[in-house]
Design a protein around this ligand. Structure first.
Ligand code: DGI
Ligand code: FE
Ligand code: FE
Length: 416
């Protein structure tokens, strides 16, 4: 088979990458193209505090819909530890598929410096080169077609390999522009057209969920010292037991955030504040909610303690100065959940249930394990147990609790 290999940091992956792969595939009549994110390249710092895992997952989700067009995500380079110079990767790749003809897809800039790469002679022993021309971006030198063809022949001659210049429609996108654009947004914001048009939708939804590239501008506690102020304030407004529970939920939320590549600080703040309204007398809930024009369900009227979640979101905003929409939603839904929750909503919902001080619920060992292996399944199981507990105790069930259970039940059934 003829296989193309498109490597890169993909920070983030964009339509230009996808088109490059498709053009190379068409022109060289490749059977497939492997889209292969780099590990942590020895010569290049990865911008935007994006972890290797995040780049992988973004790329994997972006490429998935192009499977049928012959593009495949490849974790080949990811599985390497240590130095990941191209010559090592390509040698290993060739060993794993000795009968395939490999075409390494590189940009024009890389062709110009190819002679100075580490062991170019080894690279060309195993692969041919497919070169993507680039547009002039001002500072970068762009060659004329003829100059590029000449350079390609020179490299082909010097290393005794095939070098083909891809005749592709160039896409004027750059990852650095997209990073810049991404860093301007906050969780509440949608994506600009520039982002929607240039980043494949699978990658975009992952960026939203993990809040990648977002410069998280919290009001309220922004740093450790302000967190300490909030902690002291919460300590005063809650009973000792409830305060200690809040600290444990905060710590558990941070652990889950680390597990699911969500930023730690908003998780820590949301955990601390999730029960901030718990010790307000129930009759005040009704006036606070009325003042803020928030609807009350039938179940909440019968079991007003449920309202500490909705009231909590209001208190967090007014008394603790939180504006981050993700933190506020996670407080608002921490008791019943809601369908299609954000990652942080699921983290807080789960942390509240599994924090180490909890011992009453059944199956806690199993659920604690699930929390760190599959969060959606965990949320479904917590809701399943909660519903059966409410059923046994003949409590009123809030529609949100049931709808959330049904949402995750059906979602997971579809994925199966
Ligand atoms: O505030 P916490 O005690 O830390 O925890 P929480 O806010 O999750 O509240 C837990 C209680 O809420 C638990 O006893 C189950 C109950 N609950 C959850 N969904 C419903 C519900 N109670 C009723 N009546 N209806 C519900 O839909
Ligand atoms: Fe609560
Ligand atoms: Fe709680």
């Amino acid at each position: 088979m003829k296989i193309g290999i498109l490597g890169g940091t993909f920070n983030p992956i964009h339509i230009g990458h996808i088109n490059a792969a498709l053009s190379a595939k068409k022109q060289l009549q490749l059977d497939e193209v492997l889209i292969m994110p780099s590990g942590d390249p020895p010569h290049k710092a990865v911008n935007g505090h994006i972890t290797k895992n995040a780049r992988f997952e973004m790329t994997r989700r972006a490429v998935e819909p192009y499977e049928k067009e012959g593009l495949h995500f490849s974790d080949f380079e990811y599985s390497f530890s240590g130095d990941t110079y191209s010559y090592i990767i390509l040698h290993e790749l060739k060993k794993s598929r000795p009968d395939d003809e490999l075409w390494f897809i590189i940009g024009e800039d890389s062709l110009l410096t190819f002679q100075h790469w580490v062991k170019p002679d080894i690279i060309t022993k195993y692969v041919n080169l497919a070169v993507l021309p680039r547009k002039d971006e001002g500072t970068k030198r762009a060659l004329s077609k003829k100059e590029l063809e000449d350079k390609a022949s020179e490299v082909a001659g010097q290393f005794q390999t095939k070098v083909s210049v891809i005749d592709s429609e160039l896409f004027d996108v750059s990852s650095s522009f997209l990073r810049e654009e991404l860093s301007k947004r906050q969780f509440n914001d949608g994506f600009s057209d520039a982002l929607k048009n240039n980043i494949p939708s699978g990658a975009l939804s992952y960026i939203k969920e993990r809040r990648l590239y977002e410069e998280i501008r919290l009001t309220g506690p922004k740093d450790h010292f302000e967190f300490e102020d909030a902690r002291k304030k919460i300590k005063k407004s809650l009973s000792k037991k409830r305060y200690q529970h809040s600290l444990r939920v905060s710590d558990t939320a941070v652990a889950l955030a680390a597990r699911y590549s969500y930023p730690a600080f908003p998780a820590r703040v949301a955990g601390l504040l999730h029960d901030c309204a718990k010790d307000i007398p129930e009759k005040e809930y009704f006036s606070i909610l009325k003042e803020n024009k928030v609807d009350i369900t039938e179940a909440e009227r019968k079991a007003p303690y449920l309202l500490h979640a909705k009231v909590g979101a209001i208190i967090a905003k007014k008394e603790f100065g939180i504006i981050d929409a993700d933190i506020l939603s996670s407080i608002r839904t921490h008791t019943t959940g809601e369908p299609d929750m954000s990652l942080l909503q699921k983290i807080i919902f789960t942390a509240d249930y599994i924090e180490p001080g909890r011992d009453k619920a059944k199956r806690l060992d199993e659920i604690r394990e699930l929390a760190f292996s599959d969060l959606d399944i965990c949320v479904r199981e917590i809701l399943f147990d909660t519903l059966s507990y409410l059923d046994e105790t003949k409590s009123d069930i809030d529609p949100a609790t049931r709808e959330t259970y049904e949402f995750y039940r059906d979602k997971l059934r579809r994925e199966f």
